[in-house]
Design a protein around this ligand. Structure first.
Ligand code: TRP
Length: 350
């Protein structure tokens, strides 16, 4: 059996090969990725994945985004605010440059045929394979809940997301690679057992920055260290003002021993295109107050056009609903056609 590091090396090679080919043959690629609608998108999402999606869309790759509403209940007991979160997610996407004419945006729960792939796919994985997925384990521990059947099997559901539209590339961070491996396995096993219906998707390892939160920890709404794209300039200023720094007045970039100051420097760096060191040297002895003023100004200037588009879109909710309705309609057509192929391959056409 291949070791994890072998698997990883192979995945890295495949990712590199796709990257080399992408610019020349964008039309040969179908991307699928998605987000859980649990809150507003923040700067971490923006620099971590949204920019990359917009780039792929603009290069001519077929781009698909699932708003993963069924994944919200993998580790939560409520769907409170889900409707509002979903609409705001569409608003965030469009404000960031996703174009509904080129990118299919849809919700899990609106596409029955996608969800139906779950049945044959579940038959292609073993209990042991499900139980050893490290991402599932980590999420279960973080949730403090018992392991639900849905949390245990969501990587299979994610395979349905990717494969219903025959996605062959999935932009991912390294932590998501086990999911991609599971999807590849499902595709391979289905194709071997029945007929070749599915591609074996490749995880595109993105070089995007992992933007830390304002305190240097992982950026997360629940830590209060995330700047939402939809925050006002004043809210942004307030959040940055509250960020914890340290007593050393001289500003230096040192993520290990100065996480707060360094998180602020990285935020300023990504939003200005400068380096952290350069910004630190400029601020020097002026201290954390001056650094925070600079970060606030940089973030607000960077996000100004996104926020302006956002405000315009917010005023036209019927348009947002229409974008989603059309994405869902198209996703249903695609899913139905794939499910027809699956039934055919399995001899289940009656
Ligand atoms: N799990 C992803 C998240 O938590 C969202 C997601 C759902 C996804 N289906 C997917 C990502 C398929 C990539 C491929 O944000």
């Amino acid at each position: 059996m291949a070791s994890d590091s072998d698997t990883f090396r192979k995945q890295q090679e495949m990712s590199d090969a796709v990257k080399a080919d992408l610019a020349e043959h964008p039309g040969a690629y179908t991307m699928l990725t998605g987000d859980r609608p649990t809150g507003r998108l923040h700067l971490g999402h923006y620099f971590g994945t949204i920019i990359e999606r917009v780039r792929l869309q603009n290069e001519g790759v077929k781009t698909n985004i699932v708003i993963a509403d069924y994944q919200v209940i993998t580790d939560r007991d409520t769907t409170e605010h889900i409707h509002d979160n979903v609409l705001n997610m569409v608003i965030d996407y469009l404000a960031c440059g996703m174009d509904p004419a080129r990118t299919m945006i849809f919700t899990h729960s609106s596409v029955p045929a996608l969800n139906q792939l779950m049945l044959p796919f579940l038959s292609l994985v073993s209990e042991a394979e499900l139980l050893r997925n490290p991402t599932v384990k980590a999420e279960q521990e973080a949730s403090g809940h018992a392991l639900t059947g849905l949390l245990l099997t969501y990587p299979v559901h994610q395979a349905c997301d990717i494969l219903f539209c025959k996605g062959n590339i999935v932009p991912v961070g390294r932590d998501q690679l086990p999911h991609i491996e599971q999807t590849r396995q499902i595709a391979r096993r289905f194709n071997e057992r029945y007929a070749k219906v599915f591609p074996e998707p490749v995880g595109l390892l993105t070089e995007s920055v992992l933007l830390p939160g304002l305190d240097g920890r992982k950026m997360s709404k629940s830590y209060g260290n995330a700047i939402s794209l939809c925050a006002t300039e004043e809210e942004t200023a307030k959040l940055i003002k509250k960020a914890q720094t340290d007593s050393d007045r001289t500003i230096t970039f040192d993520p290990e021993s100065r996480p707060g100051v360094s998180g602020l420097l990285t935020t300023a760096a990504v939003t200005t295109g400068r380096t952290e060191q350069d910004i630190a040297a400029e601020i020097g002895d002026a201290g954390a107050g001056a650094l925070k003023a600079y970060v606030t100004e940089s973030v607000n200037a960077y996000l100004a056009p996104v926020r302006e588009r956002r405000r315009a879109l917010e005023r036209d909710i019927p348009f947002i609903e229409e974008v989603l309705a059309q994405g869902n309609e198209l996703a249903n057509e695609v899913a139905q056609s794939t499910l027809d192929e699956v039934r055919e391959a399995m001899g289940m056409v009656y």
